[in-house]
Each structure stands twice: as structure tokens, then as C-alpha cells.
Design a protein around this ligand. Structure first.
Ligand code: SAM
Length: 399
């Protein structure tokens, strides 16, 4: 058996015990509405990929699971092909499509692994959400998936990054100190004792059952993240970046949009990687962080605006006060010299680093689950909220 097949077999075993993707959209109308609302928010709003793109599109969803995602692509107008290696998941997908697929759409189901099936057909839209990081080779999987996109077609990808998954990998490690990760009952018990807050939160906002969350986060034997740069490199020159959520590029290109190349994130590689640091520590404090930054930037903005105003609507009759101009330029230089923007981007970085080093002390001491439980409860950043980022989503266009 190849490495790819071994991983497939192990992942499948876990998924057949507890399916990770059921959102109960047939059984519970409220959950169906929540699922569609979340997907609309993700795809139309955050990824800027409008609904009309799905109308009459030929779409393939790779690793479609129980179809709880693809069914909405279908409801928005796409003819869907669902490829999934788990037969039981696909059976449920068929049931969902039979009950609530859009009239006059044609849908197909393929029970196969992405590594084994070679499709000749190309699609307008190829989607794969939460799949390739559960394979032995996310890069080979991505390469195979990308070949299914037609020219001028789109790839919508949801994938874990190692940075985003860092805290959950720490959680997996901590749990593994007290039980084997394939001991389902024990893992569930320990995960719930130590990380109850994260699990309940994921249940509340994501709509999956507690059991499904525990299985997908802690028991799943393969979660190998793929970085943004790995993705761009693997896709190669034929693909151009369209959008990401959360945004991978903190800093934008402010050249004329008519002339800039979309690969400026390469040129700003270290700045682009700042988003990885934020994913690892906490992805949810942008507002607090930017409020502080906003306050700090007030003085710089005030002086800069004064300088701009001096020259606003300049014409033959305008008089420029060069004394003021000189004074304000000096003021601005001084303010900028005393000010380091990076300090403000990492609002909680000190706390996060402190908690990480406390955790490392704890890991080096005598293992005691109550000590861990107490430590985790007292953390302010580490293991709080969603404990890092689950999936990063991207849209790429094939040229
Ligand atoms: C976390 S689930 C995500 C399901 C679905 N895409 C969603 O968003 O709800 C991952 C799915 O990928 C499938 N999968 C994993 N490796 C695969 C492979 N090599 N080929 C096809 N499907 C695969 C699993 O069986 C599982 O259903």
C-alpha cells in the first residue's frame, strides 16, 4: 500500500465512524438556514464571488462529504458533480439532492478518491472545502484538482494552514499525553475537560455536532496544512489569485489597478506572512487591534491631512504657505520616526508568547491533567475563542 492509500484508509475509518460534515440540513430547517447564511457570507461577501457565477455553471465538488455544501451551489443554479471517497457520506448526499436540489439541474455522484480518478472533463467551477489537508499529499491533491478547472474557470478552495492549526495541534499533543488519539471515548472525555469552550463555540457557530467536531479536530489522523505560498506555487502561472478569507495580504498594492500584478504578495512575502502570525495567535481581535491602531494614527493623519490640504485644488491664483508646509513636514517626520506600526499589529503578541512559554514549562514538568485544565482556563489568548483558524479560503482563476 502506498503512503497515500494508508492515509486514505485511516482517514476513511474515522469518517465512517463519525461523519465530519453533517449539518442536519434535512432534519432541521434552522440549521439549513444557518448553513446557507454562513456559505453566502463566505462566498458572496468575503470571497467576492457573486451568486450569478453559479447560475448554469458546471461545478465539481471534490471531497463533497454529505453534500451539505454542494447542495447550496446547486440551489444557486449549478449542475453539480460530487466526488467523495466515503460511500456512506455520498449516500446521504444523494438523499439530500433528491429532496432539495434545484429543478432542471443535472447532478452526478462519483464514489472515488481524487488520487485514483482521472476525469477528462473540465469544469467552470471546481470546489474543495476542508479536504486536501486530510490527505498524505495536499500538494499532489491540489495539482490534480487544479487540472479540472477550465480556462477562465474558477477554483474555490478551503484548506487548513499549519499556522492556523497550530493551537489545535498543541491541543492534540496535550490530549495525546493522557490517552492514545485513536481511543475515541477517552479523547472525547479529555478534549471536553480541557477544551470545552472551543468545542461548544464551534458547535454553536458552525452547526456541527459536538461529536463531529471532536472527531474532525482531535481524532482525525491526518491534518497537514498547506501555506498560501505552497498553494500559489503548486497552482503555477496559469492561475491568478482572486481573493481570500481571511485575507492573506495585510498590505495592499496601491498602484493603479490597471497596471499592478496580482503577485505583489510575493514581493511582500514577509509582510504577507504576518497574517500567518495572526492566524496562529488569535484570528478574532482585528477590531480591537485596529481600533488601537486607529487612535495611534490620529496625529499622523491630522498632520498629513494638513499638508495635503495646503495643495488642494492648486491653481495659478493659489498661495502656498511654505512656512507651514515646512513645519508640518518636520512634525510628520518626527511622528513617524517615533512610531512603529508593527507594535500595534500584534496587540496580544506579548501575552500570547508569555502563555506559550508557560505552556512549555508545564509540558516539561510532571504531567497532571488538573494542572493543564487550570492553566488552560487561566489563559487569555492561548486556547481561547476558536483557538486559531480552521480553514483559510481562497478563490483562484485559471487564465
Ligand atoms: C472535513 S470533510 C469536508 C466535507 C465537505 N467538503 C464539506 O465542506 O462539508 C472532508 C471530506 O473529504 C473526503 N476526502 C478525504 N480524502 C479524500 C480523497 N482522497 N478523495 C476524495 N475525498 C476525500 C472525506 O471523506 C470527507 O468527506
Amino acid at each position: 500500500m502506498s503512503r497515500i492509500e494508508i492515509v486514505e484508509k485511516n482517514v476513511l475509518k474515522v469518517y465512517q465512524k463519525e461523519n465530519p460534515s453533517i449539518h442536519y440540513i434535512l432534519e432541521n430547517d434552522k440549521k439549513k438556514k444557518l448553513r446557507e447564511k454562513n456559505l453566502k457570507n463566505l462566498i458572496f461577501e468575503n470571497l467576492k464571488f457573486p451568486k450569478k457565477m453559479f447560475e448554469k455553471a458546471n461545478l465539481i465538488d471534490i471531497g463533497a462529504g454529505t453534500g451539505d455544501t454542494a447542495i447550496f451551489f446547486n440551489n444557486w443554479g449549478a449542475d453539480c458533480t460530487l466526488m467523495e471517497m466515503n460511500k456512506y457520506a455520498l449516500d446521504r448526499a444523494k438523499k439530500i439532492f433528491k429532496k432539495i436540489s434545484k429543478k432542471n439541474t443535472r447532478n452526478k455522484f462519483i464514489n472515488a478518491s481524487i488520487f485514483k480518478k482521472n476525469l477528462k472533463k473540465k469544469y467552470d467551477i471546481v470546489t474543495s472545502i476542508g479536504v486536501i489537508h486530510h490527505t498524505a499529499s495536499p500538494k499532489i491533491a491540489l495539482k490534480k484538482i487544479s487540472k479540472l478547472v477550465r480556462n477562465d474557470g474558477y477554483l474555490i478552495l478551503g484548506v487548513a494552514t499549519d499556522e492556523g492549526f497550530f493551537q489545535r495541534n498543541l491541543q492534540r499533543y496535550i490530549i495525546s499525553l493522557f490517552t492514545k488519539l485513536d481511543n475515541y471515548e477517552e479523547v472525547e472525555k479529555i478534549a471536553f475537560k480541557l477544551f470545552k469552550e472551543n468545542i461548544l463555540r464551534a458547535n454553536k457557530f458552525g452547526g456541527r455536532s459536538i461529536k463531529a467536531i471532536v472527531f474532525d479536530t482531535y481524532i482525525n489522523p491526518q491534518i497537514k496544512g498547506l501555506s498560501f505560498f505552497d498553494i500559489v506555487r503548486t497552482l503555477g502561472k496559469n492561475f491568478s489569485y482572486h481573493s481570500s478569507a481571511p485575507k492573506v495580504n495585510l498590505f495592499s498594492n496601491f498602484d493603479s489597478p490597471l497596471s499592478y500584478k496580482s503577485d505583489y504578495f510575493y514581493k511582500l512575502k514577509n509582510l504577507t506572512n504576518v497574517s500567518g502570525l495572526l492566524m496562529a495567535s488569535n484570528s478574532e481581535n482585528h477590531l480591537i487591534k485596529f481600533k488601537n491602531l486607529n487612535k495611534k494614527l490620529k496625529n499622523i493623519n491630522d498632520v498629513h491631512s494638513k499638508i495635503i490640504k495646503l495643495f488642494s485644488n492648486f491653481n495659478q491664483n493659489s498661495k502656498i504657505n511654505l512656512v507651514n508646509f515646512n513645519k508640518d513636514i518636520k512634525k510628520l517626520n518626527k511622528l513617524i520616526k517615533n512610531y512603529n506600526i508593527l507594535d500595534d499589529i500584534f496587540l496580544e503578541n506579548k501575552k500570547y508568547n508569555q502563555e506559550l512559554s508557560n505552556l512549555s514549562l508545564l509540558l516539561n514538568g510532571k504531567l497532571n491533567i488538573h494542572k493543564f485544565s487550570k492553566f488552560i482556563k487561566n489563559c487569555k489568548v492561548l486556547f481561547k475563542k476558536s483557538s486559531g483558524l480552521g480553514n483559510n479560503y481562497y478563490v483562484f482563476k485559471k487564465n
